[in-house]
Design a protein. Sequence first.
Length: 389
Amino acid sequence: MESFINHEVQNQLKSNNIPLSSQFTIMYWIVIHKLKDGICLQEEYEFLMDLLLSHIMGPVFSIRLQAQYLSSRIFEANEISVNKLDNSQYAYMIKVINGTLQEIAKADDKSFKRLKNDYFIGEFDIIEDLIPCEIYWGLPQLVAALSNNIIEDDFLRNILNEIESNLNLDENDKFHNEWKEKRRKTSDALQFKARNKTINKEVESLEETGTIQKKYVPWKNMSDVDVYDNETKSNKTELIVVASLIAKLPNLGGMARTSEVFGVRAYVVDSLRHLQDKQFQGLSVSAERWVPVEEVRPAQLKDYLTMKKSAGYSVVAAEQTSTSIKLQNFKFPNKTLLLLGNEKEGVPCDLLPLMDHCVEIPQQGVIRSLNVHVTAAIFIWEYARQNML
Ligand code: SAH
């Protein structure tokens, strides 16, 4: 049997003319039916699972939620399919997703409730509803295309009957048989029409709240996943960035982001509590999940620096002092610990004797110093340029 995911379908998906949420729903229904009938191909199942899973951590909350929910349902449908396909590669991910979905349900999340009650996901059936009433009345109603037109039952009944008698397809045609067997009856269709009125209202209220939120991302539940370790080991530098003296959360968050981007080995802050702060997160854009973050209080800095020195690190302060080397003349040792100074006080005098080097960025203007995150970014970039790029 040929996979329904042929070139044409794939091109359609890629061309992006179809909104993602519709793509998900269409493919979901096709695969659900195929699983139910035990005729789904492994490659079809995997194509949809991979598509959905590639969106479970995306930036748009509603798409992410839909991808999480549908991938979980597809996985479940395969579990009970008469012809169960191999799904071992998805088992762990689905466990994580189910954990996240439970959290969402517990929080009584409105968007999740709406998604579960969504007509196209909960009730619509891509085969049963392939009837004139649905095509000419139901769907246009749902998308509010016909809001001012009232279609009489008799009119619908006539269309249904006409199609019934005119439909003279080959009896061996697979589509024809499936359609005959599964579509709703005319009487059901008319009942359905009445019910559609209420659904229509729900859809409208859903449209009003196109939420874009930043919560319920499954990787919170993935702390024991081994990708983290593998990835960090392979592309980390030997640079440690110490921000324990920094007070302002936007600076701390921004430095976390820069550290992550350049593969810093460890990012050190005075308290791990900062990671939960909105201001921090606003600038870090989740970097703290990917860069190893350590906590060292300012009072412990002396001991920490001494320990790192004995582990082979050169301790470098970014600071303007009378003996500072200019950044453009400085060659960063591979194992470097970079210390940034406090926004107001700079690097305290009692730490300066511990430094192997003080390095400064030469300035020309009137203002005394650079912003500390800007400084860190220039230093980290220069380290990366010399040592890894
Ligand atoms: N000591 C500064 C204030 C500190 S600025 C003053 O009295 O004005 C905060 C931190 O940013 C400094 O401690 C240093 O780590 C870093 N910094 C700012 N400008 C710098 C520069 N031109 N060269 C090196 N580091 C700089």
